[in-house]
Design a protein around this ligand. Structure first.
Ligand SMILES: [Zn+2]
Length: 286
């Protein structure tokens, strides 16, 4: 009777009971039947409704939703996996991989299931997360692109920066990718002022400007600002180098890292040379 009790508890069977446990080919087979006295729950609205027929699973006659299959408390949608199994496999697949670098294949072996079962569990939990994501209070979002397969494929992600969670994802890193992400999140998010942190990436900026609330504030991350500034400094240096090549060929030779290095990292000799060059600029400007 212990097995029955374990099954009843882990699957949180309230209006169902374990009628039989037997040894099958792949393990234990547990036969679960509905309690006759309790009304089935509509899978659509989640309310107790009168029984329509006794097909398996049973169907309810719901005044709001029509004729629907009853809600099966231990499963989700059309997934054949039980909720506890989905929960365990997806947790192992995500966290064990991160902590111990055990692959999905390893998780499958650990639990005596196939790789496809692990994949189905991860997929089911992602679908659940997407269907139940709460975005009402979201104000601070981050947009980022991630390279996959050695940079041959990109995906665009939108994060909730307050709760540190992924909100939406779409393949590619162009305007359509970002638009798809926002569309998936719905109009409520797009129609209120947000604070968006993203790269200086034209396709994203275009969508932010055109499709988000006009009072949305865009914050660029420091890494991109610094790298763009350094690029600009280097461009100017190169132009100047070509300008001065004839009149003063040695002037800007081998100065690239003088301009790009952090001033506090410059050696005394480098500081002196940069100082001299800067003085020349102020003379020519004046
Ligand atoms: Zn219903």
């Amino acid at each position: 009777m212990l097995v029955e009790r374990i099954a009843k508890r882990t699957l949180s069977l309230k209006s169902f009971r374990v009628s039989k446990v037997q040894e099958g080919v792949d393990g234990l087979e547990i036969l679960i039947v509905p309690n006759r006295r309790s009304l089935p729950v509509c899978s659509c609205c989640g309310r107790k409704r009168p029984l329509r027929d006794t097909l398996r699973p049973r169907r309810v006659k719901c005044p709001t939703c029509g004729i629907r299959v009853e809600r099966i408390p231990w499963s989700m949608g059309k997934s054949r996996l039980s909720l506890p199994l989905i929960s365990v496999l997806q947790t192992l697949a995500r966290h064990i991989y991160r902590m111990l670098r055990i692959s999905w294949e390893g998780v499958a072996r650990l639990y005596g299931v196939s790789w496809n079962t692990v994949r189905a569990a991860v997929k089911a939990s992602v679908e659940y997360g997407l269907a139940n994501r709460q975005i009402e209070g979201v104000v601070y979002i981050g947009i980022d692109e991630i390279a996959r397969r050695k940079g041959h494929r990109y995906v665009t992600n939108i994060y909730d920066l307050t709760d540190k969670r992924l909100l939406a994802t779409a393949p590619g890193r162009d305007e359509i990718s970002l638009y798809k992400c926002f569309k998936e999140l719905g109009k409520s998010l797009m129609s209120k002022p947000l604070v968006v942190c993203c790269d200086i990436w034209k396709p994203y900026l275009k969508i932010i400007r055109e499709d988000l609330h006009p009072d949305t504030v865009v914050v660029f991350d420091r890494f991109h600002i610094v790298s763009n500034l350094l690029k600009a400094v280097d461009e100017v240096r190169r132009e100047e180098y070509h300008d001065k090549k004839k009149s003063n060929p040695g002037l800007l030779k081998r100065t690239r890292y003088l301009w790009l290095k952090n001033p506090e990292n410059l050696k005394p000799a480098e500081k002196q040379r940069l100082g001299a060059l800067e003085k020349m600029r102020s003379i020519s400007v004046n």
